[in-house]
Each structure stands twice: as structure tokens, then as C-alpha cells.
Design a binder for this molecule. Structure first.
Ligand SMILES: [Zn+2]
Length: 241
């Protein structure tokens, strides 16, 4: 076993073996990435259990940081429950007959009754519906930030709005709940991280060059973030957590 990355409940965790250690220790780095120092030879399973037990602590720490979504109570799968898409609220409507599990129709988010995992179906709907929109939305920003040709992938990123890998920008599906002007802020912020990983003054100077009113959007994002659904529902308390 060597240094490696583990996926634990939507979090990417960097595992680093430290021969001098006898216990595991988790750290959240300045960029929000998670890092666990473990004794040499520790297998993956105990590391997963350890990170799993630390979830509450991780959530508390992450919401103190700028790049993270707030942790909110789960939604209920009942008629009338509100779901946001691109800044507009749509009431859930349970329907008996529908060719797909979820679709938007006449201003209602329609969910087929009896869908085995409603939360997963709604998350999948956000991804399927929003990916094309997000790709078109991102292109002009990617050009302006100077990363043309970057590919955008919509996925679950745990409690982060976005992350980067070479040639690729990952955006949390939950971002699609925000109004377009705030999705733009998330895109510019994440695109700028392809130039600078940290949040130092040079990072913000670059953000401002692309988006002069970014501070105002940041403030609005803090408020809008309070209404974001992260994919959990009361009937399935562990889903998407
Ligand atoms: Zn950031």
C-alpha cells in the first residue's frame, strides 16, 4: 500500500502513509481537499470507516470554507415539496403514469409514483437536464478565463461546488439549482482554479478580471446556497449523504 486516493461518500480523500504514525489523522487542506495520514500498511477499509465516522466534523469544517455547499436538512418526497432549477422553484407532483421517472411539465417537477429511489431519480434528472445547458453556458467563460476546450462533467461532488482535473471541470449537479448568474460565478471560480489552486490575492485578481462584480455574486451565493438541495430525502436518510 502506498499513497493513494479513496472515494468516501462523495469525498475524494488523499491517503498518505506515515511510518512514524500509530493513529489516523484527518486534515482539511486550504483548498478544501481531504487528507488522511495513516500508519504504514493501513488497508483501505479502516480508512473508509475512519473518514465515515468523521463526516459530521468534515461537514462542519467545510461549511466554514468558501467553496462548499451548506449542509441542509433533507427534502421530503411529497406533493408540493419545492425543488429549484436554474433559480426557479418547481413544486413536486407525484404522478401515476409517466414514460420517464422524472420530468418537468407545466411548471411542476413530475415524479412517477413508485419510483424505487426517488432521490437518485431526481439527481439523475438534474444531471441529464442540466449538462447540455451547463456546457453551452461554460464555453464563453472558458474562453475568457483562458482555458478553451475544457470539458465539463456534471456529477455529485459531495460538498464541493466544483473540482478540476486535467482538461476537465467537474461541477456538482446541485449547482443547477442556482440562478444562471450564480452558476456563472461558480464556473468562473472553478475555471480560475485551473490557473491557481489556492485562494490567494492572485487568484481573486484573476476572478475579478473575468467577472468584475464577483463579490456581489459571492454574497448572493451565500444566501442562495441556503436553499440548495444536496440530494438527500427523509425516507432515505443515507442517500447522497
Ligand atoms: Zn475555490
Amino acid at each position: 500500500m502506498t499513497d493513494r486516493l479513496l472515494d468516501v461518500g462523495g469525498f475524494q480523500v488523499a491517503v498518505k502513509e506515515r511510518p512514524a504514525r500509530t493513529t489516523m489523522e484527518i486534515t482539511i487542506e486550504r483548498d478544501g481537499s481531504l487528507f488522511v495520514a495513516v500508519p504504514a500498511g493501513t488497508p483501505d477499509d479502516p480508512v473508509r470507516d475512519f473518514v465515515d465516522r468523521k463526516q459530521d466534523w468534515i461537514h462542519r469544517k467545510l461549511i466554514e470554507k468558501a467553496d462548499f455547499l451548506p449542509v441542509l436538512p433533507p427534502r421530503e418526497i411529497v406533493d408540493g415539496e419545492g425543488f429549484m432549477y436554474l433559480g426557479r422553484s418547481y413544486r413536486l407532483l407525484l404522478v401515476d403514469d409517466q414514460e420517464v421517472p422524472v420530468k418537468l411539465m407545466r411548471g411542476r417537477l413530475c415524479l412517477r409514483r413508485g419510483t424505487a429511489d426517488p432521490a437518485a431519480a431526481i439527481r439523475a434528472w438534474y444531471r441529464a437536464t442540466g449538462t447540455g445547458w451547463l456546457r453551452r453556458r461554460m464555453k464563453p467563460w472558458a474562453d475568457r478565463v483562458g482555458v478553451p476546450g475544457v470539458e465539463v462533467v456534471v456529477r455529485d461532488l459531495g460538498y464541493r461546488w466544483g473540482s478540476q482535473s486535467p482538461g476537465r471541470l467537474n461541477i456538482h449537479w446541485a449547482t443547477l439549482q442556482l440562478p444562471p448568474s450564480l452558476v456563472d460565478y461558480v464556473l468562473v471560480h472553478e475555471l480560475t482554479h485551473t490557473h491557481r489552486a489556492d485562494h490567494g490575492p492572485k487568484f481573486w485578481t484573476r476572478v475579478e478580471r473575468t467577472m468584475p462584480d464577483y463579490r456581489d455574486r459571492q454574497e448572493r451565493l451565500k444566501r442562495a446556497g441556503a436553499g440548495i438541495w444536496l440530494g438527500r430525502v427523509t425516507a432515505h436518510p443515507r442517500l447522497g449523504g
